[in-house]
Design a protein around this ligand. Structure first.
Ligand SMILES: [Zn+2]
Length: 149
């Protein structure tokens, strides 16, 4: 991730996930950690899904979507409740208590935080979808992943 962030290559499609700054800023601004809790099993990312909603829209790599801060109708489909930004959106609008979201989006975020807190998970204030479990996790899994053939 560190090497990727510094490679100087950023396509418009990649820029969808950090529309307000370059990916080289993701670490400095706190959206990606050099030592991620995900690698230790102590952190997870999740959202809410309305099982009664039509979640059939799928990602189309040939389509141009709005960035992750755009209205839900313009963003890449994620099959989840509208939380105000797309998932993995590095932007101030993704801060859990961002003022720039609607009341309904705020209620969904609060619901997710409350449900996770009941089981001891703590939300990361810059990412409404990121939670960690204090005391959990172990040694980081840090190795190259090779593609299947
Ligand atoms: Zn995360």
């Amino acid at each position: 991730m560190v090497a990727w962030s510094r490679d100087g290559k950023e396509t418009p499609a990649q820029k969808r996930y950090n529309p307000s700054f370059s990916k080289a800023e993701l670490f400095r601004l706190g959206y990606i950690a050099e030592r991620s809790g995900h690698s230790t099993g102590a952190a997870l990312d999740l959202t809410l899904v309305n099982l009664k909603a039509d979640n059939s829209a799928t990602f189309d790599s040939t389509k141009e979507y709005g960035d992750c801060t755009a209205n839900v109708d313009l963003r890449a489909p994620e099959g989840s409740v509208d939380m105000g930004t797309g998932y993995d959106c590095a932007d101030a609008k993704s801060h859990t208590t961002a003022k720039s979201i609607t009341a309904a989006q705020r209620r969904w975020r609060e619901k997710l935080v409350q449900v996770m807190a009941r089981r001891g998970f703590v939300n990361y204030s810059k990412e409404w979808w990121h939670f960690s479990l204090p005391g959990a996790g172990g040694q980081a899994y840090d190795f190259p992943i090779t593609p299947r053939k």
